[in-house]
Design a protein around this ligand. Structure first.
Ligand code: BGP
Length: 482
């Protein structure tokens, strides 16, 4: 007898990528520059470059991983065929804003760019794959940074809405699920790619600029929701949070209070996007940070009237924080720092592996908002070895995904409504934080190294067949051994 599935029948299984990390063709068919196009590889100090953009935009590096990337721009048919072979129900990708409006403020959209996404979505439809589209995945046109200062400038709202109008009208009938901003809370930590802001690490008064830019993005997100509803009743609009609970280092109430504050840093965004108003704690937060928001007439009404339909998030790991500033043996975990958790193992990049943390996060989000969730990123960045016969045994990736899927199923049984699950980097792509290719997430291997050498040939890893069976069995066959 078949095991009963923990997942609803129409659960959207799939995978996720983002234009800025996979497309390449960085100036082809009229595309303008994206922030990622001026970021170097790891050897040239990618992370420092990301945190000190004023210098970065002036510097010439000898290698930029995004310029060719895995060349999804010319391989999308082959890649989507592979996703279809795995049985994907959905495929998350983003639209590169600078392909549509190369300078962000152009008088007319670029037809060549629009055609490309027509082809991508048509290819998905051919296989019955539902596209899930991020409108802005770390991808505000660089010209809007240079000419307007990025999202600190209120005019960005108008440019973004014009871009939304073009893509909503064009892809109506092809796309139903939209996310307004990828990891919107990332702007606090990586303001260059999150908000097109030229703020260097440790700069004075950075919070004022960041929260003003955030206000603009929040208003833009609500206006996009308004517009979407006017254009098609079929559209579902989601916010997107870099999630993962922060645990207190000890049960000392000081640590518990500290952790609550860190968790609110992220929830703040969803509080606005889902509930429709600035949370009560923000008044004191802004006073303490000396932030004075310029909120214009009508902004708060817009936030209130147009909240999101669902809450999407990325989950890689949980974090740990202490109230004691001396406890600083932090390890980097994605864009937010964390202490080591002695109960957990870490990935090769120091990200702690915490499957139960996914169940905790899902329960917390659902308790707080009571709106459907969508897990749009989850996965393990790891080095893969290609054996002599060409095969790749990525059992570590299977282990990671199996345990997270298991906990996601438990959360659904806890009563959490969840629409779907897209693993991050279903095909190997360029890492956002390090610019490396060797930090691989995919079921599909791409022959390309950290210096851009390789044939770009695609091949299946062991996890490819494993995930295929997971999807086929609607999540019941987690122990299959391909
Ligand atoms: C998230 C981003 C993705 C992706 C992922 C993995 O923060 O939304 O763009 O890159 O993290 O991170 P990394 O590429 O740094 O390993």
């Amino acid at each position: 007898m078949n095991k009963q599935s923990n997942f609803p029948e129409n659960f959207l299984w799939g995978g996720a990528v983002a234009a800025n990390q996979c497309e390449g063709a960085y100036l082809e068919d009229g595309k303008g520059l994206s922030p990622v196009d001026v970021l170097p590889n790891q050897a040239n100090g990618r992370w420092e470059a990301m945190l000190n953009p004023k210098k970065t935009v002036e510097t010439k590096y000898d290698f930029y991983p995004s310029h060719e990337s895995i060349d999804f721009y010319h391989h999308y048919q082959e890649d989507i065929a592979l996703f279809a072979e795995m049985g994907f129900k959905t495929f998350r990708t983003s639209i590169c804003w600078a392909r549509i409006f190369p300078n962000g403020d152009d008088a007319a959209p670029n037809e060549e760019g629009l055609k490309f996404y027509d082809q991508v979505f048509d290819e998905c439809k051919k296989y019955g794959i539902e596209p899930l589209v991020t409108i802005n995945h770390y991808d505000t046109p660089l010209a809007l940074t240079k000419n307007y200062g990025g999202w600190k400038n209120r005019q960005l709202i108008d440019f973004y809405i014009r871009y939304c109008e073009v893509i909503f009208k064009r892809y109506k009938g092809k796309v139903k699920y939209w996310l307004t901003f990828n990891e919107i809370n990332a702007l606090l930590h990586i303001p260059f790619i999150g908000g097109g802001l030229l703020i260097n690490k440790g700069e004075e008064n950075d919070k004022q600029i960041k929260y003003q830019a955030i206000h603009h993005q929040l208003v833009a997100s609500s206006l996009a929701t308004k517009l979407a509803k006017e254009i098609s009743q079929d559209f579902n609009i989601g916010c997107m949070l870099a999630a993962g609970s922060t645990y207190p280092d000890t049960c000392n109430p000081d640590d518990v209070w500290k952790a609550l504050g860190v968790n609110r840093e992220g929830y703040f965004f969803v509080d606005v996007q889902s509930r429709g108003y600035y949370p009560s704690y923000s008044k004191r937060l802004f006073a303490e940070l000396n932030v004075k928001l310029d909120i214009q007439d009508g902004d708060l009404d817009i936030l209130k009237a147009y909240t999101v339909d669902f809450i999407s998030f990325s989950y890689y790991s949980s974090r740990v924080v202490s109230a004691d500033p001396k406890r600083n043996e932090g390890v980097a975990s994605n864009i937010m720092n964390t202490l080591k958790n002695p109960y957990l193992k870490a990935s090769e990049w120091g990200w702690m592996i915490d499957p139960l943390g996914l169940r905790i996060t899902m329960n917390e989000l659902y308790d707080r908002y009571q709106k459907p969730l969508f897990i749009v990123e989850n996965g393990l960045g790891a080095k893969d070895t290609v054996k002599e016969d060409g095969s790749i045994d990525d059992d570590y990736r299977i282990d990671y995904l199996r345990e997270h899927i298991r906990e996601m199923g438990e959360a659904i049984q806890d009563g959490v409504e969840c629409w779907g699950y897209t693993t991050w980097g279903c095909i190997d792509l360029v890492s956002a934080s390090t610019g490396e290719m060797s930090k691989r997430y995919g079921f599909v291997y791409v022959d390309r190294d950290d210096n851009g050498k390789g044939t770009n040939r695609r091949s299946k890893k062991k996890s490819f067949d494993w995930y295929k069976k997971v999807i086929q069995s609607n999540g019941t066959d987690l122990l299959n051994t391909p």
